[in-house]
Design a protein around this ligand. Structure first.
Ligand code: SF4
Ligand code: SF4
Length: 345
């Protein structure tokens, strides 16, 4: 019997209220969309997760009332403002458990007018939320009229002051300078941008839906490599880290940004941290953590996985493609939530 693999205690991260989103961004690492089931986290699971995160989550370096992207706890999705009442409940509960440096991550689709936008932000602040992260890049722009993003940024600064993070500010400035209004299809963005600047400022992970969608639209602009190129790339660092992990509405403890992978049940976080990962019971985790991508590749090939003739854009592309195949072969408990794999393309 292989020895268990220890999981570090989480000190920051995001709570996914559901994977449902009014958008379906081409770069979404969690493959969120309108088509996901509206399985919002239950109050019982919310409480179980927050109680066990209490005392573990650490504050931003400038204190518990301030926010930073990889500090504290953020509420996310999907789009958390789709269920504003639940978001309010989560914020209140986190405050009750004295979880520091909380913020909400949003695409701002809901910022229809000044009055309701200001009111929602004030309500969240009153309930204990410390800040907000507003998402801006050419992919969100396809689904959110830019004037709503501008409104949310302007009013969020009034309400949360310095605890407003615009991610990514370069795009916000650029879209403002371009005088954008309404939604802008990605193809139109490509037409406005100099070829060498396309996605130059974009920070995102080529995993989840991104590699499939980007290959279709960007084609020769992005290089690809055969599977072998990624064989020695290690996954223990991004998977076994204490910061910026995610906890979802199904109780999955998702390592870092590895959408579709579950380290175990975060509703029983303390037990999970005590027990660690059993590589015999969860072979995908065992291969990724002990034998890198090559280990998972050998395992998947043994089950009939066929390498993509066009190659892969990243090691995470190869990983998610193999996992997508594996869920079609059997029930791997560590490949959760199952619906993730149905929404990749
Ligand atoms: S990236 Fe964000 S806004 Fe876009 S589909 Fe995913 S969760 Fe929704
Ligand atoms: S290759 Fe897979 S396990 Fe490794 S970091 Fe990427 S998504 Fe996570």
């Amino acid at each position: 019997m292989a020895s268990p693999i220890p999981i570090p205690k989480p000190i920051s991260g995001g709570l996914i209220l559901s994977y449902k989103c009014q958008a379906e961004c081409r770069h979404c690492i969690y493959a969120c969309s309108q088509r996901w089931s509206a399985d919002w986290i239950s109050p019982e699971d919310l409480e179980a997760i927050l109680r066990q995160l209490s005392g573990k989550i650490m504050s931003n370096v400038f204190g518990p009332r301030t926010t930073g992207l990889s500090y504290g706890l953020h509420f996310t999705g999907g789009e958390p403002f789709l269920n504003f009442d639940l978001l309010c409940t989560a914020v209140e509960m986190a405050d009750r458990f004295k979880i520091p440096s909380t913020f909400v991550e949003t695409n701002c689709f809901w910022a229809f007018d000044d009055d309701t936008t200001r009111e929602k932000l004030r309500i969240l602040k009153r309930k204990g939320l410390r800040g907000i992260m507003i998402s801006v890049n050419p992919f969100y722009l396809e689904y959110v009229p830019f004037e709503r993003t501008e409104r949310a940024v302007r009013l969020a600064i009034d309400v949360f002051g310095r605890n407003v993070m615009v991610y990514q500010l370069e795009y916000f400035r650029k879209f403002k300078a371009w005088g954008l209004r309404d939604k802008v299809p990605f193809e139109e963005y490509l037409g406005r941008e100099k070829k060498e600047d396309v996605l130059r400022h974009a920070e995102f992970f080529v995993t989840g839906r991104a590699p499939y969608a980007l290959r279709r639209i960007l084609g020769e602009l992005i290089p690809s490599w055969p599977a072998e190129y990624f064989f020695d790339a290690p996954c223990d660092t991004p998977m076994l880290r204490s910061w910026h992990n995610h906890f979802d509405n199904y109780g999955n403890y998702i390592p870092g940004f590895c959408g579709g992978i579950s380290l175990g049940d975060c509703r029983e976080l303390d037990d999970l941290l005590r027990a660690g990962i059993d590589p015999d019971r969860y072979p995908v985790l065992g291969f990724l953590l002990r034998n890198d991508i090559k280990g998972l590749y050998t395992f998947a090939r043994g089950l009939g996985y066929i390498e993509q003739p066009d190659g892969y854009l990243s090691k995470c592309h190869l990983c998610v493609d193999m996992r997508r195949y594996l869920v079609s072969c059997g029930d791997f408990e560590e490949l959760r939530p199952g619906e993730f794999y149905a929404h990749l393309q």
